[in-house]
Design a binder for this molecule. Structure first.
Ligand SMILES: Nc1ncnc2c1ncn2[C@@H]1O[C@H](COP(=O)(O)OP(=O)(O)OP(=O)(O)O)[C@@H](O)[C@H]1O
Ligand SMILES: [Mg+2]
Length: 339
């Protein structure tokens, strides 16, 4: 087979002769197994029984099937689909197609379904128990009825929030749904988010300070979506911030931001809470990721808020960054292109 041809194909190819020795490997296969494999028995590099079976079948002219092969590349296990085909000169041509991404996507999909089901099941189980008790033992107990109805309302609210958050995420991921590009005042949006959360802030004795909003800060964007961004960030700062502490929202205008390569508006939400360990920072915007699952769930969090923030900021062609120090607090910064 022409060397040019096998070098040109952008997947690892290994050619094995009738004696089971490696005749040649293309560049992709060499970077996977090393440059000095030619002449060796193929089993020095491929040992998985099902893969060996397929290569043997190809060499002996029997029917073959794709086989799964795993190999560590750059510190990470990658999954390949191995195909062995008979070589006209006697032997087999082995190709490896990298299917790691497809496997990851499938795993994410099934993790997602498991997470959603679990998050829905918890309030449903609680509701079921409450309904049972209300229709049985507590039927004629007026005091219990009031208490149980309040609990049922809370569980229903939790399910409602989960479903609305999932629907917003779905809309944000849908490329066909347009994000409005109206001329808006970011300070007005942030002030509205602060206003709508004033009761929950007061309940924890937290004061919310807004800086840099002496005059309107105009930009182009979708006011509903941006309001959700600040709603989610300020809500987190109140939930995870220090009791009787301060949440600061600082808005500033940058003439030139190197990340956005142009004028930018920066809005940073800072709390003085317990902070987040460095190891969690990169994963916080994943759907359902929570630092302390148990604690977040207790205070009514499902781990979708920051995933929504990330998507909205991305839709506005901006950047979202999280910085935190354990014991000191966290800062969530939204960077948006200015006009
Ligand atoms: N200001 C903060 N301080 C400390 N930890 C935070 C802060 N904001 C978020 N986190 C951590 O990040 C996790 C993910 O946040 P996110 O807003 O996505 O989810 P949530 O608040 O748990 O639930 P939801 O926002 O869906 O109601 C939280 O569970 C919490 O562990
Ligand atoms: Mg949240």
């Amino acid at each position: 087979m022409s060397t040019d041809l096998i070098e040109a194909v952008p997947v690892p190819i290994i050619i094995v002769n009738r004696e089971r020795r490696i005749v040649s490997l293309n560049g992709f296969a060499r970077s996977l197994y090393g440059a000095d494999m030619a002449g060796r028995h193929y089993m020095t590099i491929i040992r998985e029984p099902f893969c060996v079976q397929q290569i043997e079948a190809a060499v002996t002219g029997r029917q073959t099937h794709p086989a799964e092969l795993r190999r560590r590349v750059d510190e990470r296990e990658r999954i390949f689909s191995l195909t062995a085909a008979p070589w006209s000169e006697g032997g087999a041509i082995v190709t490896l197609i990298d299917e790691t991404e497809a496997h990851d996507a499938e795993r994410m999909r099934s993790d997602f379904v498991a997470n959603v089901s679990h998050e829905l099941k918890t309030p449903l189980t609680a509701l079921r128990g409450l309904i049972e008790t209300l229709s049985g033992a507590a039927q004629n107990d007026a005091e219990a009825r009031v208490r149980f109805l309040a609990m049922m309302a809370e569980e229903t609210e939790r399910m409602h929030r989960l479903v609305s958050d999932l629907l917003s995420l779905n809309r944000l991921e849908d490329a066909d749904v347009v994000t409005r590009n109206d001329r808006i005042d970011l300070c007005e949006i942030i002030a509205a988010a602060r206003q709508s959360l004033s009761d929950s802030a007061a309940a924890r004795g937290i004061s919310i300070v807004l800086e840099g909003c002496h005059e309107p800060v105009p930009l182009h964007g979708d006011s509903d979506q941006l309001r959700q961004v600040f709603n989610n960030l300020v809500e987190n700062a109140i939930k995870y911030g220090e009791e009787n502490g301060t949440v600061t929202i600082a808005v500033s205008h940058e003439k030139y931001d190197p990340l956005l390569r142009g004028p930018a508006i920066r809005a940073a939400v800072t709390d003085d809470g317990r902070g987040i360990g460095q190891e969690h920072l990169a994963r916080l915007t994943e759907r359902f990721y929570r630092v302390d699952r148990h604690r977040s769930r207790q205070i009514g969090g499902t781990g979708l808020g920051l995933a929504i923030v990330k998507h909205i900021v991305r839709r506005h062609r901006g950047w979202f960054r999280i910085a935190s120090q354990v014991g000191k607090g966290s800062t969530f910064t939204v960077l948006l292109p200015a006009d």
